[in-house]
Design a protein. Sequence first.
Length: 376
Amino acid sequence: MLGTVLLLLALAKTACPSPAGAASRRAEALKKLLEVFGMEDPPAPPTHFKQPPQYMVDLFNTVANADGVTKNPDILEGNTVRSFLEKTHSEEEMRFLFVLSSVAKNEKILTAELHLFRLWPRVTDGPKRHHFCQVSVYQVLEKDKPDTPEGKKLLAARLVSLQTSGWEVFAITPAVRDWTEDESSNQGLLVTVQSLGGSPLDPPPLQFASGRSHHESKKPMLVLFTDDGRRGASLPTAGFPDLKPQAPDLPAKMPVPKLGRSRSTRSLDRLQPCQRRPLSVDFEEIGWSGWIISPRGYNAFHCKGTCPFPLGENMRPTNHATVQSIINALKLSEGVSTPCCVPDKLFSINLLYFDDDENVVLKQYDDMVAASCGCH
């Protein structure tokens, strides 16, 4: 996977004599690069400046470092987190509908959460007799009869304090699984507020922010943790990578080879031992900065150098590479080359981006950063 990414980036950056040929080559390279990221076309940037939900930004910062490299691999359930803001602006404050058309058919729904922002309780005349109330979330089964027993199904219920404000999160996984299997079954959610005894409170002392009349940062939000089945299968991964170079610091971007370099300089490059070298991936440079929120780019690193006989432990050789090196050095068999300098440990990166419907998505991609190099 990583080798494919590096080749595509090189193709996208390389200049060709013919402008038409260069444009075609770049377009083909970027199309292949989109396939690496599991997309057919790049999402269109939002039509106006859009602030991503703070929850998604905080989640990205918890999972990844500033370059998007995974630092906490056990936090995400699956490899994709999708957020959906309530956009229907229903006149009924406690009815919510989320459009899930951007969820791919191959995505497995692992967990679904309804995030509601609890407003400060209403000021009432007379003494306060309630410190808690019961909030229930129902899946609407029949749009025209949501208040009847057969028209709704209970998903979650809990006691909520009337003394504070802030976010409340309710698990609603069964409903979302129903909706993704049968889109026409999505009749939305109904939220009710009752006393501790179960009787309705009119007017309810507790309200949640709605998509119709409150700031976007407090809008109702549906968060899906899913898995699209894309998994790296080449090399072992571990915890957060130590991104210290295996060799002295090199330029942040690998320079484009110049035809005028001396033969001795090129020969010196070939004699360098196997080591990890920087390779910058700049999303703005390849035209993706309009829809990618974070990171702005990342260091993919690449492996370069020779694997000379005898292979020391610092070359991190496999047993096979050691045997191949011996056979090559002793000329025991024709056509056997020296081992190759390749990544022997890879790490994932995370992208936070807007999809085609301007929903914010956090997706993790395996095998995107060379964490170390060895002779194989």
